[in-house]
Design a protein around this ligand. Structure first.
Ligand code: XMP
Length: 514
């Protein structure tokens, strides 16, 4: 790969979005924490440009992330965004001041300065809308810099030193609210950094297959397949490269949705002709989960048992040369600040490397964002319904049954969940609602059917819209849909007497109930 942009991460919330915007313009971008790379390494790697991200700190605080000013002398174009602009000003001897100098939040009118032509704002009207979110601001530009734009409260909304190819903006060009944000990033890449835009998924897929065909020739590769998007795309890609030398192990923990286990088996064994081992371990998981009600305990038990079963299967296969994993880029990227709190112990196959004896690990998707993984899946001929699936948590329905997990509750939940899914499909909302499911609560309630009293579980329908699952809004589903799903669930699933709709966003709630 030739051209690359470095996104130097100072802990801002939009950092992955910045990299995605760059890649959408067909230039490969990688994110590195600011502590993770020195100016010398930046130079050696041959980046065509650098973007300093935003961040929650104030440059004038001692503990805030700072960077070696030598990076501005490398001759590589730099674009500083938000904290990135303040940092650039600070590194070059300008002044940054706090709140009373005009904090701004939200959509703001941006006015370009008159004068010489600034390539960053090429073909952008002199007045447009930008998205601001800052307390500090640059109050004196460093020597050699000109002010390129302003807003009512922010005299230096953008600054630049054209000769040294240093550009900075106080607002966020990466968010959709900045009307010409995409154009500004495009200008930075093509007019300032001189990129050609050669990154695309089709080439990536072909190159990867070619590469693995060579490097994995004659090797025995093992992959844990969940049927989720990431492991499915990784499996098909490797299968195209090495065929039957890839063995996929699919551990069916009995906590999947209705017919899901059979669907996964059917797709990968029959349609793709893969070497697939399905382990039906429902009874084993249910035994381990009997009597357990604590959410974290459930997650831990499922994670541990999953690894144990995978290990047992791997041993049966004899010597494994390579362990393959469906890790994707957001799993790899470390934020510049790091150390975020553990809200839930997510179950994925991250624990496998410790227990399997293998020589090498491959992660074919570790450079890709989720939407790029889906693109790759399409290119590989994976059915649309599989790659466009909503995410499903590793511990499956276990985190959607509050309290103890039993076979009876699993059966109720599967039926209710299927009905809700059918109703969403019928309303054609399956692609605009990012995740939707039913939760079986541990509350029972009285109902009436015919003339008789009923007593059964309360089920909750949950649907969210989100960009990245870090935050999510409860979906404003049409009342008619809520009504028909509720009526069908209470009529068709005996054992559920009442249905409620979850109207909590994330934060403060999480997407899953446990
Ligand atoms: P939360 O509940 O943390 O969920 O707001 C955010 C997204 O992550 C999914 N999720 C998981 N995914 N293993 C996974 O691979 C897990 O253990 C897990 N728990 C939650 C959840 O479905 C949502 O899409």
């Amino acid at each position: 790969m030739k051209e690359k942009i470095l996104v130097l991460d100072f802990g801002g919330q939009y950092n992955q979005l910045i990299a995605r915007r760059v890649r959408e313009l067909h230039v490969y971008a990688e994110i590195k924490p600011y502590r993770g790379i020195t100016p010398e390494e930046i130079k050696m790697t041959g980046y065509k440009g650098i973007i300093f991200t935003g961040g929650p700190n104030s440059v004038y605080e001692k503990e805030s992330p700072h960077y070696d000013p030598a990076v501005l002398k490398l001759g590589i174009p730099v674009l500083g965004i938000c904290y990135g602009q303040q940092l650039m000003a600070w590194m070059e001897g300008g002044t940054v001041s706090g709140a009373d100098h005009g904090s701004e939040y939200g959509k703001t009118v941006l006015e370009l300065a008159e004068g010489e032509e600034n390539p960053l704002f090429s073909q952008i009207p002199s007045e447009s809308i930008c998205w601001m979110s800052h307390t500090d601001a640059v109050t004196r530009t460093p020597a050699g810099f000109r002010i390129a734009a302003s807003t009512e409260n922010c005299p230096c909304a953008s600054m630049y030193d054209k000769e040294r190819k240093l550009y900075a903006v106080q607002f966020h060009p990466e968010v959709a609210h900045t009307t010409y944000g995409r154009k500004m990033i495009e200008n930075f890449l093509f007019k300032i950094c001189g990129c050609c835009g050669e990154w695309n998924i089709d080439d990536f897929v072909e190159r990867s297959i070619e590469n693995y065909r060579r490097t994995l020739a004659g090797k025995k590769v093992l992959l844990a397949l969940s049927g989720g998007v990431d492991s499915s795309v990784a499996a098909v890609l490797l299968h195209k490269a090495i065929g039957q030398n890839l063995t996929c192990v699919f551990v069916d923990h009995g906590l999947l949705r209705k017919d899901e286990g059979d669907y996964v088996e059917e797709t990968f064994r029959k349609a793709f002709g893969m070497n697939l081992i399905r382990v039906n371990a429902a009874e084993r998981f249910l035994r381990k989960l009997a009597g357990i009600t604590d959410p974290e305990a459930k997650r831990k038990i499922i994670g541990t048992e999953f690894i144990r079963i995978f290990e047992e299967e791997a041993k049966k296969l004899g010597k494994i040369d390579v362990l393959a994993q469906g890790t994707i880029y957001p799993d790899v990227v470390e934020s510049g600040k790091g150390d975020s709190a553990v809200i839930k112990s997510h179950h994925n196959v991250g624990g496998l490397p410790d227990v399997i004896d293998f020589d090498e690990i491959v992660e074919p998707l570790r450079e890709l964002f989720k939407d790029e993984v889906r693109e790759a899946g399409k290119q590989l001929g994976i059915p649309h319904e599989l790659i466009s699936r909503q995410p499903f948590p590793g511990p499956g329905l276990a985190v959607r049954i509050i309290g103890e997990i039993t076979e009876e509750k699993l059966a109720l939940l599967r039926e209710a969940d299927e009905i809700f899914t059918e109703e969403i499909d019928r309303a054609n909302l399956e692609f605009t609602t990012n995740q939707y499911f039913v939760v079986l609560t541990d509350t029972k309630s009285v109902g009436v059917k015919g003339d008789a009293r009923t007593y059964g579980y309360v089920a909750a329908m949950r649907a969210v819209t989100t960009e990245d699952f870090m935050t999510a809004e409860w979906a404003r589903l049409p009342w008619e849909l809520i009504e028909s799903a509720s009526r069908r669930i209470t009529n068709e699933v005996s054992g559920i007497t009442r249905v409620v709709y979850d109207v909590t966003s994330k934060p403060p709630a999480t997407v899953e109930w446990e």
